[in-house]
Design a protein around this ligand. Structure first.
Ligand SMILES: *Cc1c(COP(=O)(O)O)cnc(C)c1O
Length: 460
């Protein structure tokens, strides 16, 4: 990957304007040397494009719930923004459910997944009216015990996650539909299909089927094959029961993101069209639809902006030591082949940095040798006081902090450009609003047992 050309194209122009404003307005300073930035109009546009994509391929009146996968950006103001744009929330822990509730996402627009739900979590979801997708036969048995025999009409949609076992993509840690995946009830194991049909037939309240085939690294055709397999199972169940037992299909998320350029590819529209071709019956109005996209909604609208603290060289290798490392880019640091990131470079004032590209490493602040964002990357020479922007990091990066070296969670800010009028002149300017303040030293101490400082000394 070459160095990112700043200033070409409208996405790059808006990004450059945001970086310049962030430096000038003190969002990133010598004392607060790293922040996460979110492009709010970009997020709104992605949400609108998702709605259009599925509306275009669905029969009029089809009930579609787009539930944003909270783990991709567990930030209350982001969930609130998406709720305003008509999205719900997919949660997979009590913490994620609490965030969705704090954001005002209604229970009826919330879906609880997770392979490890406790009885208390299941009870809470049922009491609130949050939809639940059971992950296993064992969890279904737990639900049996929790549900009253009568009055199934007042229950939220309850579903079962099925692993269509269609195979994995290029990143094994993110491939969820392999034959031995830890997720869902395997569809192709011996006797599984018959068991599944019976499980639905015996439970009038089991009305949803769920699959989340894959994620970054999975080809769209593989994802579509997985959805087709669970759709066929839904048809078989309904045929067998002689009624519409399965009423909705939750197709999960997992649309991959292009990390190599500003192009949004594949789009939600491309995926929706491909699904409509592969599984036309899913869109003819007989089934409600749920989606659970995360990365594809947020990645392109976020960046990490960090100062270069030192520029040094060792054994002929040039290294820029920055404040963005494993704490904000854990996947890139630990699996650099699978998660390469573009790095855009700016000078001390936040202007795009010019100059002949040189091979450099971009390192983070953590105290282990592998804390590198990029190695041998061709970039204009970085110097102390410059800035680096890690692009496409709106999902799973600064919002999914790794607490190494007791580095604080950085502040996160949303921004939008607006026209500012001064006298007769109008000029674009960038306005920032806080999403999350940077973590303070007091908070770090408290989270690290500060209140129990003498606790261990009492034991012998
Ligand atoms: C992680 C996850 C998602 C979101 O995946 P993306 O790749 O971010 O779209 C959706 N559903 C489930 C069950 C997940 O585990």
């Amino acid at each position: 990957m070459g160095h990112v050309e700043s200033g070409s194209g409208s996405t790059a122009r808006r990004r450059d304007a945001a970086v310049w404003a962030a430096v000038r307005q003190g969002i990133v300073t010598a004392d607060r040397p790293v922040a996460g930035l979110l492009d709010v109009p970009g997020i709104r546009a992605a949400a609108a494009a998702l709605h259009r994509a599925f509306a275009q391929v669905s029969a009029p009146g089809t009930d579609v719930l787009h539930a944003f996968a909270v783990k991709a950006a567990p930030l209350v103001p982001v969930l609130r923004l998406l709720a305003e744009e008509g999205l719900g929330a997919e949660v997979a822990s009590p913490g994620e459910l609490a965030l969705a509730r704090a954001a005002g996402v209604p229970p009826a627009r919330t879906v609880l997944d997770s392979p490890a739900k406790t009885p208390a979590e299941l009870r809470e979801a049922l009491a609130l009216g949050v939809a639940v997708n059971a992950d296993s036969r064992e969890e279904l048995t737990r639900l049996d015990a929790l549900l009253p025999d009568s009055d199934t009409a007042s229950l939220p949609p309850l579903g079962l996650r099925v692993n269509p076992q269609v195979g994995g993509g290029s990143i094994s840690a993110l491939s969820t539909a392999t034959p031995t995946s830890k997720f869902g009830v395997p569809l192709r194991d011996e006797g599984a299909r018959e068991w599944l049909v019976r499980a639905y037939a015996e439970r009038p309240w089991l009305t949803r089927i769920h699959a989340h085939v894959g994620s970054q690294g999975c080809p769209l055709e593989l994802m579509a094959a997985g959805i087709r397999a669970v759709y066929e199972l839904a048809e078989e169940v309904n045929e067998h029961v002689g009624a519409r037992r399965v009423r909705s299909v939750d197709i999960g998320g997992g649309l991959p993101v292009n990390f190599a350029s500003d192009d949004v590819t594949p789009t939600h529209a491309t995926y929706a069209r491909l699904l409509a071709e592969a599984v036309p019956g899913l869109f003819d109005g007989r089934y409600g639809l749920v989606t659970e996209f995360g990365r594809s909604l947020l990645a392109k609208s976020g960046m990490v902006l960090a100062r270069v603290e030192y520029a040094k060289s060792a054994g002929g290798r040039r290294i820029a030591v920055t404040h963005a490392g494993a704490q904000v880019a854990v996947r890139t640091v630990f699996a650099p082949e699978a998660w390469p990131l573009r790095v855009a470079v700016y000078d001390a004032w936040g202007r795009p940095k010019e100059g002949a590209p040189e091979s450099q490493d971009v390192a983070g602040p953590c105290c282990f040798a592998g804390d590198l964002i990029a190695t041998g990357r061709s970039l204009p020479r970085l110097e102390a006081g410059d800035h680096v922007a890690l692009l496409d990091t709106g999902a799973y990066y600064f919002s999914n902090h790794f607490a190494y070296n007791t580095l604080p969670r950085p502040g996160v800010y949303g921004y939008a450009e607006h026209q500012r009028t001064e006298g007769a002149e109008t000029a674009p300017s960038v306005r920032f609003v806080p999403v999350r303040p940077p973590q303070s030293l007091d908070e770090l101490v408290a989270e690290s047992g500060g209140a129990h400082a003498v606790g261990l000394t009492a034991l012998r």
